[in-house]
Design a protein around this ligand. Structure first.
Ligand SMILES: *[C@@H]1O[C@H](CO)[C@@H](O)[C@H](O)[C@H]1NC(C)=O
Ligand SMILES: *[C@@H]1O[C@H](CO)[C@@H](O)[C@H](O)[C@H]1NC(C)=O
Ligand SMILES: *[C@@H]1O[C@H](CO)[C@@H](O)[C@H](O)[C@H]1NC(C)=O
Length: 307
């Protein structure tokens, strides 16, 4: 009796997912200076797959800041034509560029208070737009990791919020994400509070929260979901890195799902390191995301009927 209706439900959910941007992958690429190509990465056609080029930096090659004029510093394998041709072959792929990152060579990159907010925003808009047009980009990611000591400084929230707003208003981009980690949540909350309307995803770096177990991951996720919207918050994984490692990550995702979090996507740092193990975590994350077309209540009902 329950059989046909469940089949129907599953069919409907599958149909629905082919027409929505339900499940999202965010994957950083190009930061480590090792040969990497988009073609290496397994992409499921059902996934809204977002590559994040790492990084565009407001500095010249010697690390001198340029008052908002961004230049690309990602791997030289990632060219405008490689981005455009890969996107042409994979209509479900989007490509973003991330601002800042930790460092440029030896130089640690930090947010600094611009002399004029408006001049910084104008320069950032014009330089990012130039890069976006050249590479055929879809979006921006914000990954400033160092901030002035003044915790009351509002220039980051204001300048970045206005930059994203203008890029969206003028249709340079359609997607924006932000990447706080445990020490930088403050400035990102300030940004998010005023500009959540133009921010699509929060790529919180859970691997910096130093949780190693699924139960710890659930606690950290609850904490960050209280600071940002749960619906925009993506669980994240660092390849051969900090925090939870191996298949425990998928146990953590399952636990999040069983506790009512939708788990709409996964962020991975980074493709450059994944190549070595055949992109195991990319494959399995996409399987996990596409694996739950029937809500847990339905699965429960099915079990009840069977017993
Ligand atoms: C930040 O603002 C608070 C409240 O206005 C003030 O007490 C504090 O001294 C300020 N901190 C800095 C570093 O300016
Ligand atoms: C956020 O919005 C409030 C209210 O409009 C404003 O007072 C504040 O300056 C804004 N902060 C930033 C960082 O833009
Ligand atoms: C997909 O779901 C099935 C059934 O619940 C489970 O056994 C399997 O491990 C899941 N696969 C992934 C990759 O999550």
């Amino acid at each position: 009796m329950a059989g046909p209706s469940l089949v129907c439900l599953t069919g409907f959910a599958l149909l629905f997912c082919t027409f929505c941007d339900g499940k999202v992958m965010m994957e950083y690429i190009g930061a480590l200076g090792i040969p990497i190509s988009f073609d290496d990465v397994p992409i499921d056609p059902e996934i809204d797959f977002n590559f994040i080029l790492s990084f565009a930096i407001d500095a010249d090659r010697s690390g001198k800041y340029q008052n908002g004029k961004f230049s690309p510093y990602w791997s030289e394998d990632i060219t405008p034509s490689s981005v455009k041709s890969f996107k042409a072959r994979h209509p479900n792929v989007k490509v973003l560029a991330s601002l800042a990152g930790w460092s440029l060579g030896e130089k640690v990159i930090a947010w600094y208070k611009p002399r004029s907010n408006q001049a910084w925003i104008n320069n950032a808009f014009a330089s990012f737009k130039r890069i976006a047009v050249e590479y055929g980009l879809d979006g921006i990611d914000i990954d400033y990791e160092n901030f002035p000591r003044d915790r009351n400084d509002t220039t980051f929230a204001f300048c970045i919020g206005e930059l994203i707003t203008r890029l969206k208003e003028e249709k340079v981009i359609t997607v924006a994400s932000i990447a706080p980690y445990y020490l930088t949540v403050g400035p990102y909350v300030m940004l998010y509070r005023n500009y959540s309307g133009v921010i699509d995803y929060v790529n919180h770096q859970f691997y910096t929260d130093k949780v190693r177990s699924p139960a710890g991951y659930l606690l950290a996720f609850r904490q960050r979901a209280a600071q940002f919207d749960a619906a925009k918050l993506l669980p994240s994984y660092e390849i051969r890195g900090r925090g939870i490692q191996g298949d425990s990550f998928f146990d953590a995702l399952g636990l999040l799902r069983s506790r009512g979090f939708d788990v709409e996507g996964v962020m991975i740092w980074s493709a450059d390191s994944s190549k070595e193990d055949g992109f195991y975590f990319e494959r399995k994350s996409q399987q996990f995301l596409l694996n739950a077309t029937v809500p847990s209540e339905e699965v429960g009902m099915q079990n009840v009927v069977r017993t």
